[in-house]
Design a protein around this ligand. Structure first.
Ligand code: NAP
Length: 309
């Protein structure tokens, strides 16, 4: 019988937290593999410009930063495999990861699966995705050059999307359910100054109007109850994220929103399993906090492998 290869550490997800874990693990001499679905970077790779990651004084685009992180980890011997994880047994010893490209085994696992855009849950939302409905302005914004678009949400993502789209589209209408943005102050002044940007406060989108593609939205004012129609070519939905934790349900403790419960140590309820970046419970989800998690997880994994906690 062929002997199975057991990695010291497998990282699931190649975003900034994942590749930082891979860098630290490989540099520490651990036999390390990153399992990534498509390409490095996760949500970061879809970000047009990152201005709050130290060391890049002019900013850097997320795709390039992701490539750099991957190459840095691989310089120390970390390997990457493009495979979709389908099932995991995190209680087994070694831990078992069944993927589209075969089964992998590891003594420790770092989960860096991140979070995906949350949907509004409106009828036809899925069917119209790519035909007027979008979740990423950096990816799809250029398709709406000179057109009218609606952005839904009031957090940092909605603010960043509205800013970006105001430079591309003819008109941007930001629909937010409250009377003030949740986004950090740095966005407020530039948004207020953008001449082609209009705010619809205390309002929600209630209907997606369409023929073969989106033609407009119905918007309801939550204070007055009045409803009106906004004709538009696109709607960018930026209402937060949902963690990619379906695969670990029943094995790991999750909070009410589905995030893996793990504190600053990144340790989960299972020995040898760590959660880093956007997928774990934490107060601030940023590239800089994800990379910190990656380093901490490997510190913990090394202790575990050495027979400690
Ligand atoms: P977020 O901060 O959770 O904001 C979500 C926004 O969508 C909130 O304004 C929320 O309204 C609204 N919302 C949620 N569900 C809704 C619904 N069903 N209908 C209408 N509106 C709804 O999410 P995010 O903006 O995607 O950001 C996610 C994380 O990434 C955050 O930690 C954020 O700081 C970070 N991020 C940072 C930057 C940056 O620093 N440059 C850029 C992008 C993202 P309420 O305000 O009423 O709750």
């Amino acid at each position: 019988m062929r002997e199975i290869h057991v990695y010291d550490l497998i990282v699931v997800g190649g975003g900034p937290g994942g590749y930082t874990a891979a860098l630290y693990a490989a540099r520490a001499g651990l036999d390390t593999l990153v399992l990534e679905k498509l390409s490095a970077g996760g949500q970061m790779a879809l970000t047009e410009e990152i201005d709050n990651y130290p060391g890049f004084e002019e900013g850097i685009d997320g795709f390039t930063l992701a490539e750099k992180m991957q190459q840095q980890a691989e310089r120390f011997g970390a390997k990457s495999a493009y495979a979709q994880v389908e099932r995991m047994d995190l209680t087994a010893s070694p831990k078992v990861l069944e993927t589209s490209e075969g089964t992998f085994h590891a003594r420790t696992v770092v989960l860096a699966t991140g979070a995906n855009p949350r949907e509004l849950g409106l009828p036809y939302e899925a069917a119209l995705t790519g035909r007027g409905i979008a979740y990423c302005a950096a990816c799809d914004g250029m398709r709406y050059k000179g057109k009218t678009v609606v952005v839904v949400g009031g957090g940092n993502s909605a603010a960043a999307d509205a800013m970006l789209l105001s430079r591309i589209a003819q008109k941007v209408i930001l629909v937010h359910r409250r009377d003030t943005l949740r986004a950090t102050k740095v966005y407020h002044a530039p948004l207020m100054q953008a001449e082609n940007l209009e705010f619809r406060w205390n309002s929600v989108v209630t209907e997606l109007l369409h023929e073969d593609k989106l033609t407009g939205v119905k918007v309801k004012n939550l204070h007055t109850g009045e409803e009106d129609t906004i004709p538009c070519d696109g709607v960018f939905i930026s209402v937060g994220r949902k963690p990619a934790t379906e695969l670990v349900q029943g094995q790991l403790e999750l909070d009410r929103s589905g995030y893996i419960i793990a504190d600053e140590t990144t340790a989960t309820n299972l020995p040898g399993v760590y959660a880093v970046g956007d997928v774990r419970t934490k107060p601030l989800r940023q590239v800089v906090t994800a990379v910190a998690d990656g380093a901490t997880a490997v510190h913990m994994a090394e202790e575990f492998l050495a027979g400690g906690v």
